[in-house]
Design a protein around this ligand. Structure first.
Ligand code: NDP
Length: 286
């Protein structure tokens, strides 16, 4: 039998390369237009994980030479005040991308806030207009994590056409958009969720596995078809503090043809794609 060589997909390395590229493009953009793209982030409340995410996003943005405007609001902020800020940022010509860090405190409706962001500045790609553009295969800002997954797949020149892709998870931010993007690349896509019957046998048929359910080591190595491409989106913290994905990496790596580690796989690509989207939003605005 032919031995399978597993390639571990280095999301961290690819994300660094993309960030360097963006830096160069920002330089060119500045020379051409006399200003730099700007990203505004809004954090409401003091969720520690969200604080870290927003800090990393702002730092990454500044490292590329783009402007970063951070708005920190207390957890007591009303929906109306938040809407007012979003409206101001929609008008602000220095701001090309707006990101509202989720989750928002209870009492504020995320949908209402996300829909208030101008679709042209919606660098998270969550606005119904951008989601609609994705469904219709029209150009638009795409959600960052699925976009990062596709870039990683493209980086190894993997041809998705005709492949059997199984997406685990149907969230609006990962599962649904990545399923649509894989479909756009001519994969045959199955979307699974908590009511799916006999998930194991569905996954066993997959040439491409996207695991985005948020359950540590849920996908066993024995579920992975020999040579499959496995993208592990899950970020789960174990009681000992260790970060792991939704896939049992140690076992799955023996079966897979390509696999992403956690950490260092899909995660770093998400921030890189936020920078890509911010630059794109600024270019679209010219
Ligand atoms: P959600 O909690 O919004 O969605 C989870 C999905 O998994 C749901 O569709 C749910 O089904 C499904 N699910 C849950 N349990 C099972 C099960 N036992 N069998 C099959 N399906 C199941 O999660 P997100 O999409 O927001 O995130 C998923 C994971 O990805 C998390 O670990 C998150 O931290 C991580 N993540 C990582 C990012 C990155 O940058 N790497 C970015 C975003 C998320 P149902 O709809 O039926 O409830």
């Amino acid at each position: 039998m032919l031995a399978i060589m597993t390639h571990i997909l280095d999301g961290k390395g690819l994300a660094e390369k993309i960030r360097e590229q963006i830096k160069g493009e920002v330089e060119v953009f500045k020379k051409k237009n006399g200003f730099v793209p700007g990203l505004a982030t809004i954090l409401v409340g003091d969720n520690p994980a969200s604080q870290v995410y927003v800090k990393n996003k702002n730092r990454a943005c500044m490292e590329t030479g783009m402007k970063s405007f951070h708005h920190f609001l207390p957890s007591t902020t009303s929906q109306q005040d938040l809407l007012k800020l979003v409206s101001q940022l929609n008008q602000n010509r220095e701001v090309h991308g707006i990101l509202v860090q989720l989750p928002l405190p209870s009492g504020i409706q995320s949908d209402t806030i996300l829909e208030a962001i101008s679709p042209e500045k919606d660098v998270d790609g969550f606005h119904p207009v951008n989601m609609g553009r994705l469904v219709l295969s029209k150009p638009g800002l795409r959600p960052c994590t699925p976009l990062g997954i596709l870039k990683l797949i493209e980086s190894v020149s993997y041809d998705l056409s005709g492949k059997n892709a199984v997406v685990m998870g149907r969230s609006n931010i990962v599962g649904k958009p990545i399923a649509l993007m894989l479909l756009e690349k001519n994969a045959t896509v199955t979307v699974c969720h908590s009511r799916t019957k006999d998930l194991e046998s569905v996954v066993k048929q997959a040439d491409v596995v996207i695991a985005a359910i948020g359950k540590p080591h849920f996908v066993k190595g024995s579920w992975i078809k020999k040579g499959a491409l496995v993208m592990d989106v899950g970020i789960n913290r174990l009681p000992d503090g260790k970060l792991v994905g939704d896939v049992d990496f140690e076992e799955a790596v023996k079966q897979a043809g390509w696999i992403t580690p956690v950490p260092g796989g899909v995660g770093p690509m998400t921030i890189a794609m936020l920078l890509v989207n911010t630059l794109q939003a600024a270019k679209n605005n010219m």
